[in-house]
Design a protein around this ligand. Structure first.
Ligand code: ACM
Length: 652
């Protein structure tokens, strides 16, 4: 038991009033929390006392803790250091600063995670993420009780770890950035201090363009001449040659070297997105498949899946020799895959159910892909146990939020991870029954977002800095540019690859789309206000003589808030015109500003109609629909996030 309060530093003030809303906005929500009236008040800032408190059996994986704040002080009890870590993360959210100093509401919190594996995938391969970026994301993970850094360390566009045995891996394949071995150890140490395990991913046998640029003799053919700079596997069908013993000799050496850097028991070998065409089209490899019977049943057609299972089995021997448990993406799943291998689902929840049915431990990443720019609510709705029978639920280890970095460099990376990763963290930590309330999740997410920024993450600051840079030729337009960006979101799913703009590893990620939030808070709140207003109005009920409905004070406030925003948006195109003229690089977004102005021009009279209880006029609705359809079209791979709310307000 750890006593966080020094008796001399305590003085207690009973709160005069107490209400349920006074509960601190904890995220992830704890398994059990009882709140009492009153506060414990600190004489000094309590954060100063919050680190270095990890005592207890060093090997325990138990993350449960018991945090009590009483009139006498705060106590945190846990079986081991991980529980202390998690309890401290909660304590950080319990305490609050007030003009009169720090205080903590009296409470009794008993907590433990729902899943043991709560990961975040950081993709350092597509764009290199320097150590400080990784470290501050580890700080964010600890704050929301994520406990596994899945470090994606190589891909077609880069191999990111120094190799003493195969130096071309970092000098050639990692020429655009790599971690020295000392840096890797430092990150692993930093993570361990925060109760976070580090699982490295070395993606094999596909996604190996960079590796093959460094060591072409390992390839199925000689198509890779240099480290690829384009995105997408269709550009880079680079595959290792799984038929040659020399491939395994090299992989044994390099993975042994790499595994020495990572003490965690799990080792991820990727295994995703091998379409097998290089194997089928290389006569030597096709012959190997036929000789070994790796053919589609009843035919002589080579079956890449069977060859990949052969490759996986060879990998398993290496990984097991290193004393590790192998993890791979769901493509590796098949009836012949040895059961100790952990399967991570990214293509759909079915793979989790299928993996556990076949006896594998499983992880869910599908539904938690942050790079696809879906809302926190969307991720929150995905559950690792979806479709899994109760009898097999214990095989589901947990899940991972994943932030692939094709469209995120180290500058904007945080803003693509946070705060949405915290919604995944809650899904994986908190009891499912306590986490059904989406508006409450968003309420708490806003607090966590501030907490994370205060911890050093740059998810808010970096986009603002980018916009300031874009507005620098005409700084007076910065507020308008911020408004436009705050209402835009990058296109969702994988669409950004397919909108006519050719991206490479060298493309600067400094356009408006890169400063736009993955999920627009402003648009979400506007939509929520609009929905609440619409629900409280009785529209279209004719009265005679026509009298405007009496609006409740709440509806009046909502209407006024919508009005203010819409009026602001009406002025955006004009406010930005000089900036578009002075910054030609930004001018591609002039149509987006025009679209915003048009939507606002539709909404302004509609809000007046709503105030007066008038139904929408069908002819006007038809015209509005055409305009809104046009306003929904992406501009510069960004789209306006308020069009849905506008449709609802217009009764469409
Ligand atoms: C993946 O997204 N290809 C694992």
């Amino acid at each position: 038991m750890l006593n966080l309060a020094k008796p001399c530093a305590i003085f207690l003030l009973l709160a005069v009033s107490f209400s349920a809303q006074a509960q601190r906005p904890l995220l992830p929500v704890p398994a059990q929390a009882t709140w009492h009236a009153g506060y414990y008040r600190f004489a000094t800032a309590p954060l100063l006392a919050l680190h270095r408190q990890t005592t207890g059996p060093a090997t325990s994986t138990d993350e449960s803790y018991h945090l009590r704040v009483t009139a006498a002080g705060a106590s945190l009890t846990a079986v081991g250091p991980l529980g202390i870590q998690r309890g401290l993360a909660t304590f950080r959210q319990v305490i609050e600063s007030t003009p009169r100093g720090w205080r903590a509401q009296l409470c009794d919190i008993q907590d433990a995670p729902r899943f043991a594996w709560r990961g975040l995938l950081l993709d350092a391969a597509r764009h290199f993420l320097p150590v400080p970026v990784v470290k501050r994301n580890l700080d964010g993970m600890a704050a929301v009780k994520l406990n596994v850094l899945h470090w994606h360390l190589c891909d077609d566009q880069g191999w990111r770890v120094e190799s003493k045995l195969f130096p071309r891996l970092h000098t050639v394949a990692g020429a655009t950035g790599y971690y020295t071995q000392a840096e890797v150890r430092e990150v692993v140490r930093y993570a361990a201090q925060r109760g976070i395990r580090v699982v490295p991913e070395f993606d094999l046998p596909g996604h190996t363009g960079a590796l093959l640029a460094a060591y072409p003799r390992l390839g199925s053919n000689d198509s890779i001449k240099a480290v690829p700079t384009r995105w997408g596997t269709s550009q880079n069908w680079a595959l290792l040659d799984p038929t040659r013993e020399s491939t395994y000799t090299m992989l044994d050496s390099v993975l042994t070297e790499m595994s020495g850097l990572f003490p965690d028991k799990y080792f991820h070998i990727g295994g995703d997105e091998n379409d097998g065409r290089q194997w089928r089209r290389t006569p030597r490899i096709a012959a190997f498949m036929q000789t070994n019977g790796f053919v589609k049943p009843g035919t002589t057609v080579p079956d890449k899946h069977q060859l990949q299972t052969y490759f996986n089995r060879r990998m398993l021997v290496i990984i097991q020799k290193l004393g590790k448990t192998m993890v791979g993406w769901d493509e590796i799943l098949g009836p012949d895959l040895p059961a100790p291998i952990v399967v991570e689902s990214w293509r759909g929840p079915k793979a989790v159910a299928e993996a556990v049915r076949l006896g594998h431990p499983a992880l869910r990443a599908h539904g938690y892909y942050l790079d696809l720019n879906y809302s926190a609510a969307t991720h929150y709705a995905a559950d690792p146990l979806q479709g899994v029978p109760d009898s097999l639920a214990s095989r589901v280890l947990g899940g991972e939020a994943a932030m692939w970095a094709e469209f995120a460099d180290s500058v904007i990376y945080d803003s693509r991870v946070w705060p949405r990763a915290a919604a995944v963290a809650e899904r994986l930590w908190s009891p499912a029954a306590l986490t059904q309330d989406v508006p409450d999740m968003y309420r708490r997410l806003a607090f966590v977002s501030s907490e994370l920024e205060a911890l050093g993450l740059r998810h808010r600051r970096a986009p603002v800095a980018l916009l300031r840079q874009l507005a620098s030729p005409y700084p007076a337009a910065l507020p308008a540019l911020q408004t436009l960006a705050s209402l835009a979101e990058p296109v969702k799913d994988y669409k950004r690859h397919f909108q006519g703009f050719k991206y490479t590893t060298e493309t600067p990620l400094t356009r408006l789309v890169d400063a736009a939030p993955a999920e627009s808070d402003v648009a979400r709140r506007f939509g929520a206000t609009a929905d609440s207003l619409l629900a409280s109005l009785s529209i279209g009920v004719p009265t005679f003589p026509a009298t405007p409905p009496k609006l409740s004070p709440a509806s009046q406030r909502q209407l006024a808030s919508l009005r203010r925003q819409v009026a602001d948006w009406q002025g955006i195109p004009e406010a930005l015109t000089p900036l578009f003229a002075l910054n030609p690089g930004l001018a591609e977004y002039a149509p987006l500003a025009v679209q915003l102005g048009l939507v606002a021009n539709l909404l302004a009279p509609r809000l007046t109609q709503l105030e007066q209880g008038q139904p929408a006029v069908p002819a006007a609705q038809a015209a509005a629909k055409i305009q809104l359809d046009a306003a929904q079209k992406p501009v510069g791979q960004a789209e306006l996030a308020i069009v849905g709310a506008a449709r609802r307000l217009l009764g469409l």
